[in-house]
Design a protein. Structure first.
Ligand code: GLV
Length: 311
């Protein structure tokens, strides 16, 4: 029986090993960089592109599982060893965390929390105009696993929700748009724009001066996708001109964001350090073990990355 190689930051290795063994105690698990005999490695479960070049040394590798949702870092050169399929995670807890983070920021902006905090700091007792849920239109870029969950959560609260995706998608209660015309139509009506897209050559820089300029004046931006989705200078310019009233950002380019970057101290920016959600090994382990078994038996794999589409 072949072995499973785990490669991630050292502090995560034991937790992943225990989570996989809890699902299948018979797995033979090796922890990077102690892989033992190279021809025994059958599957690799990794987080980060830094392992890809080394994976070429395992002649019988038949599966790579990436421990996250986004795979933009894996499609860049050198990429996975030729012919070895790559699966990613579609994990309920990861999705739940992202949807919660979106909701946190939707409500922060919708309920004028930044303004109330400023009034509190100034000891000013003042009511702001009441917000109307049914009038706060939310546009979500990306209607996949995570975008779809965030869209349903917001719609459930009574916000009008639109979602934009590459291909047409049907989601009950969500106005689905697609294509270039659909994008502009959605932006023009998005009081809160949320980005949960995969990062691909088509979506890189999708949040830019042009697209931000299409939003209704004083809109809000929530980016939980990747830093590369946004032209960061264009966000700053839109915040400073008032075109954007606020931005909640979890992702940056580069990460970590350098200490001198203006986002850190910008009064209209609400940052988290790529911490909107996490992969919890115990939650993700069943689908990973399922794929390990499938690869071993030569059965079709689940959650495969489509390298042509880039996600
Ligand atoms: C984290 O950013 C992920 O893609 O899972």
């Amino acid at each position: 029986m072949g072995a499973v190689l785990l490669a991630t930051k050292p502090s995560g290795l034991a937790m992943w090993r225990d989570a996989l063994l809890a699902v299948d105690p018979a797995l033979e698990i090796r922890l990077w960089p102690d892989w033992g005999r190279e021809e025994e490695i059958e599957s690799a479960v990794i987080w980060g592109a830094q392992y890809l070049a080394e994976l070429r040394r395992f002649p019988d590798l038949r599966l790579i599982v990436s421990m996250g949702a986004g795979v933009d870092h894996l499609v860049l050169p050198p990429g996975p060893p030729p012919g070895v399929p790559v699966a990613r995670l579609k994990d309920g807890m990861l999705t739940q965390g992202m949807a919660e983070w979106v909701l946190l920021n939707v409500l922060r902006f919708h309920r004028q929390d930044p303004e109330y905090r400023a009034l509190q700091a100034a000891r000013v007792w003042e009511e702001l105009p009441p917000p109307e849920t049914a009038k706060r239109r939310i546009g979500i870029l990306g209607l996949g696993e995570i975008g779809g969950a965030a869209a349903r959560l917001c719609a459930h609260l009574g916000f009008p929700v639109m979602g934009w995706s590459r291909r047409p998608k049907d989601q009950p209660g969500i106005e689905a748009l697609h294509g270039a015309a659909g994008l502009d139509a959605m932006l023009a009506r998005s009081d809160i724009l949320v980005c949960l897209l995969p990062l691909t050559p088509e979506t890189r820089g999708i949040i830019n001066a042009r697209t931000l300029g299409l939003l209704p004046p004083g809109a809000f931006l929530i980016n939980g996708g990747r830093g590369g989705h946004a032209v960061q200078e264009d966000i700053l310019a839109a915040l400073d001109s008032g075109a954007l009233a606020g931005a909640a950002l979890d992702v940056f380019e580069p990460e970590p964001l350098p200490p001198e970057h203006p986002f850190w101290v910008h009064p209209k920016v609400f940052m988290t350090p790529h911490a909107a959600s996490f992969t919890i090994p115990s939650s993700a382990a069943p689908q990973v073990v399922e794929n390990i078994h499938r690869a071993r038996d030569g059965r079709p794999l689940i959650n495969l990355v489509d390298f042509a589409a880039g996600y």
